[in-house]
Every structure is written in structure tokens, then in C-alpha cells.
Design a protein around this ligand. Structure first.
Ligand code: SF4
Ligand code: SF4
Length: 290
């Protein structure tokens, strides 16, 4: 994604690496959770031209009030997406070598230089592809391109240490401070995440902690208090509060995935300001949004 304004300083080119070990119910990038390529279909865009059905050589598409795809037969070749004149079909995710990615990134260097921007590796979870990430970061660093890694922190600590020399800034998610609640909501313990956050806090100069604020899940006093106490103990002061919104719901539909937070509403602006003000007066640099 080019010209992003929310993934670090200046204008950024954000590289989304596919695959994530967590399953946060509010995830905005469900198309990045699986490590494999995926087929997305937007029925509201389909103009019923049947082009996709006629190009599919695997017999995975047939017409039944609309083009129906049989995932068992689909080889994810992408021919239907290329044939679709309405952009109703999209193949998400492709394998590329580091050199090809770097070529793409280099096209934006003039924008980086003008705006103080650079490249941000996000996901999915970029640390889940450590060799690729390390190699890409190392090239960016050697070419003077500012680098940001946006991570959930759930990766072996050795990976964090390996990539750290090539990272100018970390954006580090903190979802729930309590381990039992973290396991219940996200599916894994937060012990490794907090250990990695501690390593970065001690050994790296620039880190912004990102707390998604999700009503009924982590916006209670207990969690907020525990989160800010923990960050205070680690000496971390830059915090982005990210208000929950359900804008990704349509992507779940296009991927035939269930969206689990249908009843959750976005927090009111006044509530976000209230949380920000409470912690700003304790010395934290708070931003609402990223
Ligand atoms: S991705 Fe390829 S195999 Fe799958 S439905 Fe489309 S054309 Fe058929
Ligand atoms: S090619 Fe696109 S617009 Fe045509 S039937 Fe298939 S999905 Fe619909």
C-alpha cells in the first residue's frame, strides 16, 4: 500500500506479509491471517458476465444465481481474477523474492525523502516470516530507507533481536495485559509478547505501543490501569489509542469468514478523549489513532 499516513512517520509504503499466529476477533486485515493466497469475491460488484466461469480450467466455478467457487477444486491460479472485468474477484497474496519487493519500494524513495517517510512492514504478522523480513529490512537499511515494523510481538525473542539492528521504529500492539483474558480473547498467552516488549523497551530507542480500544473487550478500568502500569514500569511513554471500528466486516464476507463482533459499537469520541486525558496526565504521550 502506497502513501499510507498511519503506519509511522511521513508517507509510507506498507508491505503486508501474509500469515498471523493470532486470531483477534477485531482484526482489520482478515485477508492477511492465512499464510496462503486466498480468493475474495464481492457479489455486489458482480455484473453476471460469466467470464470467470469460462476461464476456470479446474472446474472450480459454476453458475448458481451467481458464480459459485468450489474451494476443494480451486488451485488459486488467479485466472478468474484476471478475467473479471468488474474487479469482483481478487486473489490476495503472492510469493515474491526480496529483490522484487525492494524494486517496488525503491519507486517511492522520492516520496520518502520529501515527507520523512519510509517503508513499514505489517501484516498479518511480519515476524512470522523472519528470514524474508530480515533480508528486506537489511537492504532497506543499507539504502538509507527508514524502516518501521508493526507487530503483535508474538514471535521468538531471537527473531526480535535479529531484526532489531535494521528497525528504526517499532509499532507494538498491546491488546490485553491480563494473561488469562488474553488467552480467552486472542487464543494465546501474552507472556512471550510482554517479554518481547520488555526486550525492545530496554534495547531499542523508538517504540510506539498501540492499544486497540474495543468496548466490552479491553476498555474496562482494570485492563487500562494494568496496561499503563506495565508500560510505565517498562519506561515506555508513546501510546497510540486505536478506536475500534467495524469497517473490515465486508472483507470477512468477501472471504466467507464469520465476523465475531457484530454487536460491538465503536467507542464514542468523548470516551476516547477521556481515556487519553487520564493517561496523558500521568506523563504518557497519547495519540488517538495511529
Ligand atoms: S483461482 Fe483459478 S482455479 Fe480457482 S476459481 Fe479462479 S480460475 Fe478457478
Ligand atoms: S467475471 Fe466477475 S463480473 Fe463476471 S461473473 Fe465472474 S465475478 Fe461476476
Amino acid at each position: 500500500m502506497r502513501f499510507s499516513l498511519h503506519d509511522g512517520p511521513g508517507l509510507r509504503t506498507t508491505v503486508f506479509l501474509k500469515g498471523c499466529p493470532l486470531r483477534c476477533p477485531w482484526c482489520h486485515n482478515p485477508e492477511s491471517q492465512s499464510y496462503q493466497s486466498e480468493a475474495m469475491y464481492a457479489s455486489d460488484r458482480c455484473i453476471s458476465c460469466l467470464a470467470c466461469c469460462s476461464v476456470c480450467e479446474s472446474g472450480a466455478l459454476h453458475w448458481d444465481h451467481g458464480p459459485e467457487r468450489d474451494p476443494a477444486r480451486c488451485t488459486l491460479c488467479g485466472a478468474c481474477s484476471e478475467a473479471c472485468p468488474a474487479e469482483a474477484r481478487k486473489l490476495v497474496g503472492k510469493q515474491i523474492p526480496v529483490r522484487e519487493l525492494i524494486k517496488e519500494i525503491r519507486r517511492d524513495i522520492a516520496f520518502f525523502d520529501e515527507s520523512g517517510g519510509g517503508v513499514t512492514f505489517s501484516g498479518g504478522e511480519p515476524l512470522a516470516q523472519p528470514q524474508f523480513l530480515e533480508a528486506a529490512l537489511a537492504v532497506c537499511k543499507s539504502e538509507g530507507i527508514h524502516t518501521v515494523v508493526d507487530t503483535c510481538g508474538y514471535a521468538p525473542s531471537a527473531v526480535i533481536r535479529r531484526i532489531m539492528p535494521y528497525v528504526d521504529e517499532f509499532l507494538f500492539d498491546l491488546k490485553l495485559a491480563d494473561d488469562a483474558r488474553h488467552r480467552q480473547v486472542v487464543g494465546v498467552s501474552n507472556a512471550l509478547i510482554l517479554e518481547n516488549l520488555g526486550i525492545i523497551a530496554r534495547e531499542h530507542a523508538a517504540v510506539a505501543v498501540r492499544i486497540p480500544v474495543i468496548p466490552g473487550i479491553n476498555d474496562d478500568e482494570d485492563n487500562l490501569e494494568q496496561s499503563f502500569r506495565l508500560l510505565g514500569e517498562l519506561g515506555l511513554s508513546n501510546v497510540d489509542l486505536l478506536p475500534y471500528h467495524a469497517s473490515a466486516m465486508e472483507k470477512y464476507r468477501r472471504l466467507s469468514l464469520a465476523y465475531r463482533l457484530t454487536d460491538v459499537k465503536s467507542p464514542a469520541a468523548a470516551r476516547m478523549q477521556e481515556i487519553a486525558a487520564r493517561f496523558a496526565c500521568r506523563g504518557f504521550q497519547i495519540r488517538i489513532g495511529g
